[in-house]
Design a protein around this ligand. Structure first.
Ligand code: 13P
Length: 279
């Protein structure tokens, strides 16, 4: 990939002032995001290989969230290769520092180059018993530290079948955003039944749900809700990304499995980059 002077300068600014640069806004004033959640995958060698291969331009905000031990290398690779890619953690602790064996602080994430952090992923809610209270504390600590939280919400299959989706999403949103006083976050709608199953939500159904999420955000934050990016996650791949990108309230995707392969992930990036250029 050719690296333009412009993206080189943006990277320099990003490093110097430690801020996210939203290069291009969508027609509705929101940034489009393509975010990779690698979950517990990849070695150092595989990480280096991914960053050597993946290419993108800066017409879409690309964020990669590797496991914590791979962040340092990922950050170095991004700097070395001058790619317009931001880094995110997959989890963070709610306390600033202290006796919390095995945990990672917001300061550590920032120090290693992260601008974002995923909070409240359903796998953390399920396997690590994170509830709305813990998620709220993590969101608040992240905002305080200057990280942008990617807040995950989503209903289980059972809740969907019992027509409880809207109620669950509302509770999760209110729980996560209590006393945060900020609109600098991303919401990721990830229906649990769609994660890792190959059964994504239909783009129409996802659009309806995103519109509902935005209506709740409007109740909580007023018109600012229009500027908040709401992204979809759950079995997104290079084949279905295009359909999601055409929906007015779907401002990007959070990708698990299909983000592990540089070529596949790049195809998904290109769908959203192209979408912005076309507007
Ligand atoms: P998959 O894309 O593998 O379904 O995972 C989605 C996810 O959980 C992203 O956070």
């Amino acid at each position: 990939m050719e690296h333009s002077i412009e993206s080189y300068i943006k990277n320099l600014v990003r490093e110097t002032i430690g801020q996210t640069i939203s290069d291009v806004q969508t027609h509705n004033g929101r940034s489009n995001y393509v975010i990779a959640n690698w979950k517990m995958n990849k070695t150092l060698a595989e990480t280096a290989d991914f960053f050597e291969k993946v290419t993108c331009d800066d017409t879409v905000s690309v964020v990669i969230c590797p496991p914590a031990p791979l962040l340092y290398l990922a950050n170095n690779m991004i700097k070395q290769q001058v790619k317009p890619i931001a880094l995110g953690g997959q989890n963070v602790h709610w306390a600033e520092k202290g006796a919390f064996t095995g945990e990672t602080s917001t300061e550590m994430l920032k120090d290693v180059g992260c601008e974002y952090v995923i909070i409240g992923h359903s796998e953390r809610r399920q396997y690590f018993h994170e509830d709305d209270e813990i998620i709220n504390q993590k969101v608040r600590q992240s905002i305080k530290a200057g990280l942008i939280p990617i807040i995950c919400i989503g209903e289980s299959l059972e809740q969907k079948n019992f027509l409880q989706t809207e109620q669950i999403l509302t509770e999760q949103l209110i729980g996560a955003l209590k006393n945060t006083g900020s609109s600098n976050f991303i919401i990721a709608y990830e229906p649990i039944w769609a994660i890792g199953t190959g059964q994504s939500a239909t783009p129409e159904r996802a659009q309806e749900t995103h519109a509902y999420i935005r209506s709740v955000l409007k109740q909580l934050l007023g018109q600012t809700a229009d500027s908040i990016s709401i992204i979809y996650g759950g079995s997104v791949n290079e084949k279905n990304a295009e359909e999601f990108s055409s929906m007015p309230d779907i401002d990007g995707v959070l990708v698990g499995n299909a983000s592990l392969n540089a070529e596949t992930f790049e195809e998904i990036i290109n769908v959203f980059a192209k979408g912005e250029q076309n507007e």
